[in-house]
Ligand binder design. Structure first.
Ligand SMILES: Cc1cc2nc3c(=O)[nH]c(=O)nc-3n(C[C@H](O)[C@H](O)[C@H](O)COP(=O)(O)OP(=O)(O)OC[C@H]3O[C@@H](n4cnc5c(N)ncnc54)[C@H](O)[C@@H]3O)c2cc1C
Length: 438
């Protein structure tokens, strides 16, 4: 990399956000005759897709209770839909079914979908939900679910294939992607702006701006920028909750059963939507052992080699080892039993599927902010950070918004995610979902 002493725009991290930012910035520079992709360099310590993006389940949905998340997701789905072939996007839709406690939340999500023009359908009532799901899957049998949000947009994409699609688009625009270059620090100017990025292969002077998109390595960059490990959080009612950890980690538990993908199809033989079940009905294994009688949830989708998905994540206590990534430490050993039981609870066809569970490394660590929502903001006068709090494979459109911000525009979609919200109390509303990302 000796030849690279400087670059106008430096993007750190070649995951979903870094690649999407680099590509959209290149397009914006070209279209506005301000430059080209050759003005952008992406620095990646390993290779594109080496972080969370490369292992994401790939679900794309807009089941967000928070207005700002929902509006942002609308813009992201538009990007997915703009080139499904390159992004390996499967627009099969998404179905969330939930218990009584989630009715009001899902109804309000659907009302917002109607307002913003996102195509979804809401079904309320135990018998009505059962009928809706049986029309899709005649062997549907989940209990305790009284509300169903059926998104007719969204679906899923194949993780590494979509990375390759973005890499191809970056290369076509002339963006330079440099792998095996680790960013180790920043050289500050007296006004706090970044003069240069220090890397394992030398110093790169910053011409214009830096965009940091480090995925689960967010905390490392947070400390490199001298930001606090713990913060005071002001709630919307003005109460101050002091000394909260800025970053927390959760282990996302995911797995797969190996079946012919055609085994999981809709009644008419079509591709099934991604399914998400939350219920408080007791969960039993197929041989009658009680797994839990508390609220539980799962999600699953048809994959290339079977059915893949996960369940609620578990918090990680203590230090987290992110290299090599993923780290699946402390995953509940009972996860395969639980997840397979949950598939069978939902659809009779999955009865006995525990024997088909693929014993492989799956899932990984996600890093979450103090309120579990992203920070999209300038952290220095010329350094923009995309710290997505593990929401973000689906957020392919964030990079497009960031590109506009870097070129001096305001983004009303990104504004609600500024760091300042923790001090001002402009926090996002919290839903009744057991997941930290809904
Ligand atoms: C198991 C799992 C399943 C998930 N499923 C979904 C899902 O279904 N849908 C969804 O929307 N989201 C999902 N997520 C969340 C999603 O994967 C992440 O939010 C998203 O991929 C983050 O993208 P990113 O570009 O910010 O980070 P990453 O993809 O992690 O990219 C960051 C990159 O930065 C590089 N890097 C880090 N430090 C340095 C450094 N010092 N110098 C240079 N490069 C560096 C890393 O090598 C990495 O390639 C899932 C996450 C996990 C863990």
């Amino acid at each position: 990399m000796d030849h690279l002493a400087a670059a106008p725009y430096i993007v750190i991290g070649a995951g979903m956000h870094g690649l999407s930012t680099a590509y959209h910035l290149a397009v914006a520079l070209r279209e506005r005759s301000l430059g080209s992709g050759q003005d952008i360099v992406v620095l990646e310590k390993s290779e594109p897709g080496a972080g969370a993006t490369g292992i994401a389940c790939g679900v794309v949905r807009n089941n967000y209770f928070q207005p700002a998340m929902s509006e942002l997701m609308q813009a992201c789905v538009e990007v997915w839909e703009s080139d499904p072939a390159a992004y390996h996007y499967n627009p099969v839709g998404y179905v969330a079914v939930g218990p009584k406690a989630q009715e009001a939340d899902l109804v309000s999500v659907h009302e917002r979908h109607e307002r913003i023009g996102y195509r979804s359908e809401i079904v309320v009532g135990e018998a009505e939900v059962d009928a809706h799901m049986k029309a899709l899957f005649p062997d549907w049998r989940a209990k305790g679910v009284t509300v169903c949000l059926h998104e007719h947009q969204g679906g899923f994409a194949f993780n590494l294939e979509s990375v390759r699609g973005l890499v191809g688009k970056c290369e076509q625009e002339g963006v330079r992607l440099l792998g095996e270059v680790e960013v180790t620090g920043f050289e500050d100017r007296p006004d706090g702006s970044i003069a240069a990025v220090e890397t394992s292969r030398g110093r790169v002077a910053v011409g214009e701006q830096v965009v940091v998109a480090p995925g689960p390595w967010a905390q490392r960059f947070w400390s490199l920028l001298g930001l606090p490990d713990r913060i005071d959080v002001t709630t919307p009612t003005g109460e101050v909750v002091s000394d909260q950890p800025m970053w927390r980690y959760w282990n996302l538990q995911e797995g797969e059963i190996q079946v012919d993908p055609g085994f999981f199809a809709t009644a008419d033989g079509g591709a099934p939507p991604v399914i998400h079940v939350d219920t408080d009905a007791p969960l039993y294994t197929d041989d009658g052992r009680l797994v839990t009688d508390e609220l539980w949830g799962n999600y699953f989708k048809r994959d290339r080699h079977g059915v893949q998905g996960g369940a609620a994540p578990i918090p990680v206590d203590g230090d987290v080892e992110l290299d090599p990534y993923p780290s699946t430490t402390d995953v509940d050993p009972g996860f395969p039993d639980m997840w397979c039981a949950s598939l069978s609870h939902a659809l009779k066809r999955f009865e006995g599927c525990r024997a088909l569970y693929k014993d492989a490394r799956s899932g990984g660590v996600g890093s979450f902010t103090a309120d579990n929502f992203p920070i999209f903001d300038y952290l220095r006068p010329n350094l923009y950070a995309i710290l997505d709090s593990n929401h973000g494979y689906k957020m392919i459109g964030v990079g497009k918004e960031v590109a506009n911000v870097v070129l001096g525009e305001h983004s009303s979609l990104l504004f609600p995610f500024r760091y300042e919200r923790f001090a001002t109390g402009d926090l996002h509303p919290v839903s009744n979902s057991p997941y930290p990302w809904s």
